[in-house]
Design a protein. Sequence first.
Length: 338
Amino acid sequence: MSTLHQRQSAATDTGGDNAPVRTADRRTGAVRRDALSIAAVWLVLVIATTATRPDFLSRQSLLAVTFAMSIVGILAVAQSLVVISGALLDLSIPVGLVFSAWATVTALTAGWGTGVAVLLGIGAGGVWGLLNGTIVTVLKLNPIIVTLATGFGGLALMLIGFKAAQIPSKSALRSFGLGRFLGLPNVFWPMVLIVVVVGLAVAYTRWGRHLVAVGGNPAAAKSRGISLRRVRLGVFTGSGLIVGVAGVLFSTVNPSFTPAAGEGFQLTVIAAVILAGISLSGGKGNFVVLLLSVGFLSTIAVSIAFFGLPPAFTLVFQGSLLILAVGIDGYRQKRGAR
């Protein structure tokens, strides 16, 4: 499920006949090291928590971790697509999440069917992504500045529009949010499906190859006839649709939420993406490692509770990991430029 950035980068290497193989091997080795590193640290966290509180290894802890992974994992996939495409970061994702959830709840409250409400919620996310992508590509502005501005603007409009949204307690979506499948929360499985589908699409489709090419070397991609504007507009729109799915699921597990309810996801999502080795320079990323990263960060919050520490310590640990991951990413870029 790793992306084809290995092949894209290898094709531009001029170090001899064996250079593509060496480049691919280095990239594959980096992905393997990232996966093993995250898995090892995750295991240490579990062992340390269990040593302090033996009851940590329980069904409830598993449910708590998988539940926490659900929304974060989907948002991390959406953010990863933006980063891999070379568009840096989308800082408006939390607002897009709440906007999609609000659209879903509004449809249900108005008496519309479940299917219509789901489609409306996902569509709202797609429209939000299309708006960001249009501004970025047409006006050729910095994506971080654009999404920061649209995030503030969208939040302001929602604060004007509603104080709190509440999903009907007897709706089918609410029942889905409370249910379980194979012993795990229902909302966990859509996240796994999205990670697998998007990971395979990036790795094995023409769209994925264009995405990686644009993120890895825009000039080379353009010389090959790839439309940078079309790819990036598609990335933002597709990312928005994925955020829309997260918004629908968010509405099912939160009986009531405010316009600012998505703010808590921002740091965790960005930390998960960068910790997974998805470089801010674009052009590479692995969704299996991303899933490990999301699982590890989701476990931190549960472990903090078992250690008896205030929930704010979760942000401290996640922020520290984010700084560490950014430092490692910078080091890799400098080493790769030698």
